[in-house]
Design a protein around this ligand. Structure first.
Ligand code: NAD
Length: 348
């Protein structure tokens, strides 16, 4: 065995009610002037959790895709209130704003994730401008502390929960065959898939099930850990390309995932065995497809805004500069994958 394992220095506080340690976590960083960040939809929740916190300002205008104009407004606000720390309460979109501020100012970020995107565990930032998303990795943007409180996720709509959970499973699945993977990350990836696949159906049937919510958040944490230090492959490449066509992030991930696993099936037998074992199924691709059907989420790219006429262009972009992938990334089979995802065919 030859491998390199990197661990990132984030402190994690996990559990129902753990949000009550937010003020203490901020104090540990020596911060006294917090900028709270949320989407407009989470603004009330944020004010609720901020009790006892030294709040200097609130920026509740976070939106999807971290557009540069809104990022600049958030950075201005951080400067205006002389913030010495950002606290993000929300999903990947909100965390993206904390990271964007940290990127230009080195302000520490405390993240309180309320979806399963996993962004809180990574050094990956992204800012979009003119329809294109610029991304990079920088240790500055890694949250110093992350508070996972499942109670804050009880109201996460079922459809968002399911798609976001599948997004997290996608992180785990690709970590299992990453060219720079390692046995430690694979342990986390397999356990992440197991936790999410067992929790999500429970959340769909009973959205306020505290145990299922806790299990899903635990899986999301593991999923974030897996992409924090290993590379992603064809599946994530396709989702980035489709994101450029304006498709929603988590839903795109969930729709493409079974087809990407089918594409890589014969080239990554060990990863597939671990996914099968985590799902307790006989085939990784169909196991994921059937799980998604059970969750009632969109199964066809056609249903989330993809135009059939754009499939060929998407396939061409995906093969032009592919990420390292266990199976060679070639135009015809990638186009066939996209057509299957467009039509929502069960992988065979
Ligand atoms: P999101 O943050 O856009 O949230 C989805 C929706 O859920 C929003 O409308 C939000 O207001 C709502 N919501 C969030 N928490 C809620 C709660 N507790 N109750 C009710 N509603 C709630 O979606 P997401 O899938 O978490 O994040 C997607 C974004 O994250 C994308 O831009 C993606 O690029 C980014 N991302 C980044 C990384 C990284 O490592 N940098 C990893 C994964 C995703």
């Amino acid at each position: 065995m030859n491998f390199t394992y990197v661990s990132l220095p984030t402190r994690v506080v996990f559990g129902a009610g753990s949000i009550r340690s937010l003020a203490a976590e901020v104090e540990r960083l020596g911060a006294r002037r917090v900028l709270l960040i949320s989407t407009p939809g989470r603004a009330q929740m944020v004010r609720g959790v901020a009790q006892g916190l030294a709040v200097a300002g609130v920026f509740d205008r976070a939106v999807m895709h971290t557009p540069v104009a809104v990022v600049e407004a958030a950075r201005d606000e951080a400067r205006r209130v002389n913030a010495d720390c950002c606290v993000t309460v929300g999903g990947g979109s909100t965390i993206g704003f904390g990271k964007a501020i940290a990127l230009s100012s080195s302000l520490p970020v405390v993240a309180v994730p309320t979806t399963y995107s996993g962004s809180e565990m990574t050094t990956i930032w992204g800012v979009s401008e003119g329809g294109a998303k610029k991304t990079g990795r920088d240790p500055k943007v890694l949250p110093r502390a992350v508070i996972y409180d499942p109670e804050l996720t009880l109201g996460l709509p079922v459809a968002v929960s399911a798609a976001s959970g599948m997004n997290a499973i996608a992180h785990c699945a690709e970590a299992l065959y990453a060219h720079d993977g390692n046995p430690i990350v694979s342990l986390m990836a397999e356990e992440g898939i197991r936790a999410l696949a067992s929790a999500l159906p429970g959340i769909v049937s009973k959205p306020k099930d505290a145990e299922a919510r806790s299990e899903a958040l635990y899986g999301a944490w593991l999923a974030g850990m897996t992409i924090s230090t290993t590379s992603v492959a064809l599946h994530h490449k396709l989702c980035h390309v489709l994101g450029g066509f304006g498709l929603p992030h988590a839903e795109t991930h969930s729709i493409v995932l079974p087809h990407a696993m089918r594409y890589n099936r014969d080239a990554a037998p060990e990863a597939m065995a671990r996914i099968r074992s985590a799902l307790n199924t006989s085939d990784a691709a169909t196991g994921l497809f059937d799980l998604e059907k059970k969750l009632g989420i969109p199964m066809r790219l056609a249903d989330i805004g993809m135009k059939e006429a754009d499939l060929e262009r998407a396939a061409r972009i995906a093969v032009e500069a592919p990420y390292p992938n266990p199976r060679k990334v070639e135009y015809e089979p990638v186009l066939a994958l996209l057509r299957d995802a467009y039509e929502g065919r069960r992988p065979s």
